[in-house]
Design a protein around this ligand. Structure first.
Ligand SMILES: NS(=O)(=O)c1cc(-c2ccccc2)cc(-c2ccccc2)c1
Ligand SMILES: [Zn+2]
Length: 263
């Protein structure tokens, strides 16, 4: 598709020129404000299966020019939703070393340093990700807010390879690790709403689950994430740093944000 960026002449306010859904309803991310929340007692803990990957498994870590992403094996899935949602990939959104606020979702207008997205597709209904990506019940994304604090050994399992994917379209194979370690300890407290991909083509196809509790990575880990990557190819004469790759909050309209917790 057409090239898009987060700022400048192809920036997010122009995405809808080539990607009409980006200008449509049910867009993500949003600012999750207290007055939007409704407690839903039917929202039980998120249950994930086969997230604990053996180091004998190889995962592909890549730079797609917009984020750093990690491919995930199809044996990983969410088992607590009405349909099985099978894992496809995970990636991150972050700020910059000068402005370490780069999460996509905000909570009461607070923007966190970064945000992890673990993307799954409805494998009960669709044969593969591509068939699911534009269907209203196609995708389920688990979102994790990230703040700067304690060193995070789970994130280190892929951050330590980040210099192998500095430039667009570079990929490296890394050993599997326990992806569950990237999620917060409690999977029973989360926000839930119907939204979209936060990047073009912005299909309104995502059931969003954003965990209430952030995880931490160290400042050194954050700086590595925010300063190691480029959105340009290795041979490009002008290297374009890859940072501040977050979409601004979108209109909530008449949407309600459900919460699995009372206070
Ligand atoms: N931010 S997100 O979760 O809504 C998202 C989901 C998917 C996605 C991935 C697999 C299947 C279907 C959708 C891809 C991206 C993406 C991020 C950077 C560059 C290009 C695309 C972002
Ligand atoms: Zn994302």
């Amino acid at each position: 598709g057409a090239k898009w960026t987060y700022s400048g002449q192809d920036g997010q306010q122009y995405w809808s020129k080539h990607y009409p859904y980006c200008g449509g309803p049910f867009q993500s991310p949003i600012d999750i404000e207290s007055e939007l929340l409704r407690f839903d007692p039917t929202l039980g803990p998120i249950e994930v299966q086969n997230y604990d990957l053996s180091p004998d498994e190889q995962l592909t870590l890549g730079n797609n020019g917009h984020s750093v992403q990690l491919s995930l094996p199809g044996k990983m899935y969410i088992s607590s939703l009405p349909r099985r949602y099978t894992a496809a990939q995970l990636h991150l959104h972050w700020g910059s070393s000068s402005k370490p606020a780069g999460s996509e979702h905000l909570v009461n207008s607070r923007q966190y340093a970064a945000e992890l997205h673990v993307v799954h597709f409805n494998s009960d209904k669709y044969p593969n990700m591509s068939m699911a990506v534009d269907k209203s019940d196609g995708l389920a994304v688990l979102g994790v807010l990230i703040e700067v604090g304690e060193f995070n050994p789970a994130f280190e399992q892929f951050l330590k390879f980040i210099n192998g994917v500095k430039y667009r379209d570079q990929k490296v194979q890394i050993p599997g690790f326990n992806i569950r370690g990237l999620l917060p300890p409690r999977l029973d407290e989360y926000y839930r709403y119907d939204g979209s991909l936060t990047t073009p083509p912005c299909y309104p196809s995502v059931l969003w689950t954003l965990f209430r509790n952030p995880v931490t990575i160290s400042r050194k880990q954050f700086v590595a994430l925010a300063t190691s990557l480029y959105s340009s190819h290795a041979q490009d004469s002008t290297p374009l740093p890859l940072n501040s790759n977050f979409r601004k909050p979108q209109a909530v309209d008449s949407r309600v944000v459900l919460v699995s917790f009372k206070e």
